[in-house]
Design a binder for this molecule. Sequence first.
Ligand code: GCV
Length: 660
Amino acid sequence: MKNEWTQAWLAYEKREEKGNGAYFASVAVNGFDTENVVVQSALKELKKGIKGMLDAEPMMADKATFVMKKDFALNAEGYTLTETDGVLTLAAGGENGLLYGVFEVLRRIAMEKSLQGVSVNAAPDCPLRMLNHWDNMDNSIERGYSGESFFFEDNEVVVNDRTVDYARLAASVGINGVVINNVNVKQAASYLITDRYYAKVAEMAKVFADYGIKFFMSLNYASTIEIGGMNSADPLDPEVISWWEKKIAECYANIPNLGGFLVKADSEGRPGPFTYGRTQADGANMLADIIKPYGGIIIWRCFVYNCQQDWRDYKTDRARAGYDNFIEMDGDYHENVILQIKNGPMDFQIREPISPLLGGLKKTNQMLEVQVAQEYTGHQIDVCYLMPMFKEVLDFKTYCSEKNDCVKDIISGKTLGNTNTGIAAVINTGNDKNWTGNDLAAANFYGFGRLGFDTELSSEEIAEEWIRLTFGNDPQVIEKVMGILLPSRATYEKYTSPLGIGWMVTPHVHYGCSVDGYEYSRWGTYHRADHLGIGVDRSHNGTGYALQYHEPNASMYDSMETCPEELLLFFHHVPYTYVLKSGKTLIQHIYDTHFEGVEEVEKMIAAWESLKEKIAPEVYDNVSERFGRQLTNAREWRDQVNSYFYRKSGIPDEKGRQIW
Ligand code: GCV
């Protein structure tokens, strides 16, 4: 285990004072219990930040220039921040609100924004804002690209100062829930809910509680068999139920800050209720009913599909599976069950349509799952700032109701008036010194939290905040790093798989080009490219997936003419000679975007190199080294994709460029 780590965006380096110093001469806390752990964290953070950035030490006083007070009228996680006549007032509805308000104050100071006349009224949009770790107890992280786990080491649970710093980073962007272990719960991880680990797990849960973060674990659905010594995990079997009753009582007796469990069942080899002829709702409700008296929730993943299905005849389609498996039971899930739905119907590709389950379900708590870990988006080698993608997901209009029908409304509870809703990210951290492998990938961790708190923030605002907090306020640095981050998702898309077709990655590894390389390819190439065209027909003539959406989305996707072009190949099988709105043929579009993608990476590198004197050498070198690998990757993608389609179609590049 490496024992060095940075403070990422909480470095609290010296900042220009901008008249802000005066407010922190004296501080008062009214209406809050100053012994409360979260209040103490807020005060500690304030002290640390003010000392680092303004070199001042706030004194507690009754009559103060910075007043923190309780306002029962506010949301428990909300706050107002106002300044009048030289007094800065932070009013919060509860301890979490106070903590978030303090982080807002520190953010403004770090960004060198004057607090004079400030007037903010904030409350989180998503009730649950969670980080999902795919950490294994043998130190590895499934789809981790920034070192090993800092939660587990050699099958032990690790709690140290790094855990505290992690909780601080998470809380600073409004995170209020964390799942510490992989959804694929194997071997030792099954025993996290036993005496073997309770003491250490409780210690870790306490660290998160100090920062207002609820503690969750992924559960092995077959625990009755794996650790209970029984021969069934049937959710309707009274003996199974009684085992869980005792187990969950035991969990809460040991881990008071337990928020509940995350469950992946009946998927990719994981056991589940289907094994016993039961429904997903049977499984989820059984656990939910047992955990309810403790105030716990069950987050049940909808990533259920049969990876072995034969899809040659267009009768089956992996994209359909989530909806097909969950829609019929809409309304049957109990109030403390939340269905966690990946943003797209496949698996975190660089471009996918929004899952039709989001908003397809009209009577069920829904939580959006996105992937900040860059499994299919460059492994934190390639720069890929994901906020533009997340914004598209949040702003997607599902037409599930007359108003409040965007994904952001569903997960904030506006659509159904529910509170067991939210957003979760498979997070990109590991024990690398800089937390995220590529220093620039920290913008995705930061941005995810900020967006879950305030779904109206723009990708630009988030990027600018993160840059100022991380690198300081030099205008040239801000401009150049913004110029790298903002178009980076579009660039990655250009040099990888075109127009929503997805995959084309090295099987299992999911980095690097392999045009035919879908791991479940035993039935032929998933992209269905032949000498005439490419794409999967998911219209009513094909798999019928397009019809899983509400109108008018269903008709829009169903027709090649109205389907958004960035998703054309996801929904339709299209001839290479098809003319796009740009006036280019499909094949020419593929060639051009792949050349452009590489050129854009070259420009990003030049922008980064222009900052050499302004960025700390270690960070500069880290990013430069990864840019080198990104350029190689982009060139390989360009050459492989272009030559594959040139050979398939026989149509040359009209610009006469060399296609390898
Ligand atoms: C945790 C994809 C990934 C798996 C992951 C799975 C999931 O298939 O490649 O690593 O498993 O999604 O989300 O459960």
